[in-house]
Design a protein around this ligand. Structure first.
Ligand code: HEM
Ligand code: MG
Length: 319
């Protein structure tokens, strides 16, 4: 069971990705989108299956092809982490939205196999454009929240979503969740994804031909609300996982969790906390997997560890 991770793509040049072969199309009845504007847009342009159900390998390849996301970033801090906790390990399929019959028969509970909308394993609180699960819909575009992004970008970003706007949006959403959501959870792994997500729009949604450091707000809306790339959209010209410089800026702009030292130890966090967190969750979801299921989990744990193999010790929960 399970499939090895696909090889990295070879051509990582800047190129047209909203092309004739990948037109935007509106959703039909059987298709769904979820909390991630990046994957949503890839599905609505046919870089991923338009159904919104895909294999992890398809996701790894599509985020490279469509946005020039760096191979290692595509593997670890997103695809296989999400797949282990939200995917169907038996059929090798995952919904980028809610539970779907298209992912096939699920492994027994407590396994989830319920897609990226699932709260608390990958999807988390204080998202930019989506509500906290405890306060409403955690996966659909929220106009009130997007207006906050617009207001802040107008105030500190000169009318664009740039790194200064990202830092203030991140902090405002954090403060809102602290004030409004009694169950607010902002520890690993969400602590990491919450920051990287704020710079993804700047890194991936700005046209590769542009030298502007900020994202146009109408373009941002079209990605976030309609899963749509602008006409003629070119992906960036170099692979990226989100730069440390931008991430550090957003993290250092405000104090988040007392006891977390923002500027340091990102590697330590990645290995000992984030990595083991996903392995722990996988163990909780699969208390004693056997046969094909066990093989599939192990293959996907191997895939998950590829990018950190030089600096983390792999954990083998199911030897
Ligand atoms: C948010 C999954 C790649 C941009 C999310 C969330 C999930 C997710 C589950 C929701 C987390 C939350 O806010 O609570 C994934 C997976 C990927 C991937 C499995 C596989 C590689 C990408 C790419 C981009 C992207 C390539 C950009 C091109 C974003 C942004 C958000 C987000 C901007 C924040 C949305 C918000 O907070 O309103 N992603 N993502 N993601 N993702 Fe992705
Ligand atoms: Mg969320």
């Amino acid at each position: 069971g399970g499939q090895p991770a696909p090889a990295p793509i070879k051509d990582t040049s800047m190129k047209l990705v909203n092309d004739a072969a990948h037109p935007w199309m509106p959703l039909t009845a059987d298709q769904q989108r979820g909390p991630c504007p990046g994957l949503n847009a890839l599905a609505s342009h046919g870089w991923l299956p338009r159904s919104g159900v895909a294999t992890p390998g398809e996701i790894v390849t599509a985020v490279q092809n469509g946005f020039n996301m760096e191979y290692n970033r595509a593997l670890l801090c997103v695809t296989y982490a999400a797949f282990l906790v939200n995917g169907n390990l038996l059929t090798n399929l995952m919904s980028i939205g809610g539970i779907s019959r298209l992912t096939g028969p699920a492994p027994p509970a407590p396994a989830l196999a319920s897609g990226l909308n699932t709260h608390g394993t990958f999807e988390g609180d204080a998202s930019l454009s989506r509500s906290d699960a405890a306060l409403g819909d955690n996966h659909s575009f929220n106009e009130t929240l997007f207006q906050q992004i617009i207001d802040i970008s107008n105030k500190v970003g000169g009318g664009r979503y740039n790194v200064s706007a990202a830092a203030e949006v991140r902090f405002q959403r954090f403060q809102q969740s602290v004030a409004e959501n009694p169950g607010f959870f902002f520890s690993t792994p969400r602590f990491n994804t919450a920051f990287i997500e704020t710079v993804f729009p700047i890194v991936f949604f700005i046209d590769g031909r542009s030298t502007d450091p900020g994202l146009d707000l109408n373009v941002m809306r079209d990605f976030f609300q309609n899963s749509r790339m602008p006409p003629d959209f070119h992906r960036r010209g170099t692979p990226s996982g989100g730069s440390d410089e931008e991430l550090d800026f957003v993290m250092a702009a405000h104090d988040y969790v007392p006891g977390f030292n923002n500027g340091t130890a990102r590697d330590a966090r990645t290995c000992s906390l984030t990595t083991s967190q996903f392995v722990n969750t996988t163990m909780e979801l699969y208390p004693s997997p056997q046969g094909d299921l066990r093989d599939a989990i192990n293959t996907n744990l191997d895939n998950f560890f590829i990018p950190v193999s030089t600096r983390c010790t792999q954990i083998f929960p199911f030897p």
